[in-house]
Each structure stands twice: as C-alpha cells, then as structure tokens.
Design a protein around this ligand. Structure first.
Ligand SMILES: [Zn+2]
Length: 221
C-alpha cells in the first residue's frame, strides 16, 4: 500500500532514480551516475584490433551491472538511451577512426523475446549513440531468426553451433551500403554473438568496421 502511495506521489513530485529511488528529475540520480562513471574505461579502444575491433565504454560490474539489469529486467528503457549517449561521447573522444563514416546496426533480439521485453536494449543504446555521433542508424539492419537460450553455460564450440545462422540481413539493408557497419551491443563477453553477426554481413560482402559495446567482462583497463 505504501509503495502505491509513493508511486502516486512521485507522479506529482519529482520522479525517483530507478537504481536507488532517490528523487531526481533526470533518468538517473547524480549519485548513481558517479558510481557508473567510475566503471568507465580509461582507454575504451584497448580492444580495437583485428580481426574484430571492439570499442567498450566500461567494465561490466558494480553499478554498471546493476544499471544494465534494471534496463533489461525492470523495464527501464531510458537507461539504454543514456548509456548510448555516453558511448557516443566516448567514441568521439577516443575512437581510433573518428572520421570514418559508418552505419550503426544494433544486435537484434528474436522478435518473440523483444515482444516480451517491449524493446531491444541494443537498439536504444544505438539510438543514443547516433544522437551524439550523428551516424546513421539502421535499426533493422539485421534480423534474428533463431531463438537462442542463454549462452553463458555453453562451451565455445557449442556457442558457435547455437549461433550459426542466427541472423539474416534485415529490411533496412536491402540495398547494399557503400560504407562499413558499426555493430552496437550492450555487453561484450566472448564475442560469439557479434562474430555470428559479422559473418552474416560478410556473406553479403558488407564490411564491418567493428563493435561498440557499453560494457565488457574483460578485466583489462
Ligand atoms: Zn540513483
């Protein structure tokens, strides 16, 4: 009952931070923003190397982990957009190839899963990213046609097997682009998912510049 009353009040007062419930008029309160910013990598381009260059905003842990969980499982899509803007700002400051024009394509979810969640977090991140960088967004550049279970308990070979043919070219890329793709995702772990996505583009002779992700489990700075 108290909770309902508080929610009712917050409609008339300031809204509250989705991570700590402190009142704030922004998507996140200054306290949580500071906590999250402390996970920002000093050199987000440290994984930017062939065969698959990766640009990562921060470390996956602490406040970042909590914020991504709230985004995905507590229906807080606005956090995705904020992360995307931070990723974009970081890209403009640290990207090894800032002058390179790209088409931004988020890693898609299977339509059934997206319908359950109501949104694709990678698409929201990509939107915020494009808002800051000015790059063109191709939300439906890829389509996920295979439902895959959680990958974390699978071996590398099983992951590859599970993700084979998971993606097809989406309706936004029916005309082949003449500039490369930059993939956007929320978390970069083993890279199995993005590698499967890259393979799909390569089958159509579309070049992928790399991947931009909000966070990585890779411990290096
Ligand atoms: Zn907060």
């Amino acid at each position: 009952m108290m909770k309902i009353f508080q929610n009712f009040l917050s409609l008339f007062l300031k809204s509250s931070c989705p991570l700590c419930q402190r009142p704030t008029d922004k998507e996140l309160c200054p306290y949580c923003i500071r906590q999250i910013q402390s996970c920002h990598k000093q050199n987000p381009a440290y994984l930017w190397k062939q065969p698959l260059p990766i640009f990562v905003w921060g470390s996956y842990g602490g406040a970042v982990k909590r914020a991504i969980a709230a985004l995905k499982y507590e229906n807080q899509p606005q956090i995705g957009y904020v992360f995307g803007q931070w990723l974009g700002e970081s890209w403009l400051l640290h990207s090894p190839q800032p002058q390179q024009q790209v088409l931004v394509v988020p890693i898609p979810m299977h339509p059934k899963k997206q319908k359950q969640r109501g949104f694709n977090q990678a698409a929201l991140i990509a939107e915020g990213f494009c808002n800051v960088t000015g790059y063109k967004l191709k939300v439906n550049g890829l389509e996920r046609i295979k439902e895959t279970e959680a990958l974390f308990n699978l071996s590398p070979a099983e992951r590859r097997e599970t993700l084979a043919d998971a993606f097809i070219l989406g309706k936004d890329l029916r005309r082949l682009p003449n500039i490369p793709i930059l993939l956007v995702d929320d978390i970069y772990t083993t890279g199995a998912t993005v590698k499967a996505a890259v393979k799909t583009f390569e089958q159509h002779q579309i070049k992928v510049l790399g991947v931009a992700a909000v966070a990585t489990t890779n411990k290096q700075k």
